[in-house]
Design a protein around this ligand. Structure first.
Ligand SMILES: Nc1ncnc2c1ncn2[C@@H]1O[C@H](COP(=O)(O)OP(=O)(O)OP(=O)(O)O)[C@@H](O)[C@H]1O
Ligand SMILES: [Mg+2]
Length: 316
């Protein structure tokens, strides 16, 4: 693949809005480039607009204004082309009850006019550990297995972009880890993956970039590590040799808190600022005559960041 093509975003979203018939504005102007080959996780509370965004890109919901291009094609004017590039695993389980697993996957491939290939079908079933369920009836499968069949269906026409709308909702821990492995494997084969999730540890575990959607707006989008660095706070925990009853005056200028048992000082600092102030703080601790027992640091998780962002947004 030529370099330029590789660097071009696979999906370009500009000024996208969606107002549903009842008048509810579910998307309030989304601008977003999705990179080729990345795993993008979209986080957001219920009703934030995640499914609306995905459904619009997939051509199932008509945008009110704005544009979306997939692989350089417009999702409205060139729907058939864009839809062909996309695989979608919807949030709701939608499967014909009496279909056989292999038939339903085969049918999905046929829908997109792809050449018949039993090899390809088997490969997909294999990847999803569904080979032994190949001739099973879909309605006899467990919820987690049904979800795998949905993924197999979405992959049947070999899409370049895969949307997973809450792929692990109601899925047990083991299956969730399997799902993560599968997503990683797909990415290695060059597929771009966009997933929505309520599980922050999921985004933390598998995503390259994380976007936070709330009330129809994209609040932030960044590399997962940057997000954790730039929005996260770090804390230094200073365990004292002897408990104290109040914070000594030497520490007044620092943002420190004393634990209830008087044995630990917690100092919160900004990871972005040039100076953390730790050296000065430790100097002040020593000047106050406090003996150190132990020092530890912690960094806020994606969860703290997410809760803060969405919380602040709602206050405005
Ligand atoms: N077909 C529809 N007609 C009218 N309103 C809708 C429709 N679909 C969704 N909405 C509304 O649009 C808003 C966004 O819904 P959406 O399903 O996109 O949220 P979501 O982020 O996917 O939520 P969840 O995490 O619960 O899946 C909600 O207020 C919802 O009630
Ligand atoms: Mg949804």
């Amino acid at each position: 693949m030529p370099m330029e093509e590789h660097n071009k975003p696979i999906i370009t979203i500009r000024g996208l809005t969606k107002t549903y018939k009842g008048g509810h504005q579910a998307l309030k102007g989304i601008d977003l480039d999705i990179r080729q080959g990345e795993i993008l996780a979209l986080l957001g509370p219920n009703g934030a607009g995640k499914t609306t965004l995905i459904s619009t890109i997939c051509g199932l919901v008509k945008p009110t204004s704005g544009t979306v291009e997939v692989g350089g094609f417009d999702i409205v004017r060139e729907y058939r082309k864009t839809r062909h590039l996309i695989g979608l695993v919807p949030q709701e389980l939608t499967l014909g009850a009496f279909d056989l697993v292999s038939d339903t996957v085969r049918f999905s491939r046929g829908l997109f006019g792809m050449s018949k290939s039993e090899e390809k079908i088997d490969e997909i079933l294999q990847d999803l550990s569904l080979m032994d369920k190949k001739d099973a009836m879909v309605n006899r499968l467990s919820g987690g297995m049904k979800r795998r069949v949905l993924i197999a269906k979405a992959l049947a026409h070999e899409p370049r972009v895969l949307f997973l709308d809450e792929p692990t909702a109601g899925v047990d821990v083991e299956l969730r880890k399997d799902m993560w492995k599968l997503v990683e494997k797909l990415r290695q084969s060059g597929v771009t993956i966009i997933l929505t999730t309520h599980y922050i540890e999921e985004a933390e575990e598998i995503a390259d970039r994380v976007g936070v959607i709330s009330d129809g707006k994209l609040l932030v989008i960044d590399e997962k590590v940057n997000l954790m660095d730039s929005l996260g706070k770090k804390q230094l925990m200073v365990d004292l040799r002897t408990p104290i009853s109040e914070i000594p005056s030497q520490l007044n200028e620092f943002d420190v808190e004393l634990s209830a048992d008087g044995q630990r000082l917690t100092y919160t600092f900004d990871t972005q600022s040039e100076k953390t102030g730790i050296t000065k703080l430790l100097q002040a601790v020593s000047e106050a005559g406090l003996g150190l027992k132990d020092l530890n640091t912690s960094q806020s998780s994606l969860e703290d960041i997410f809760v803060n962002l969405v919380h602040n947004e709602h206050e405005h």
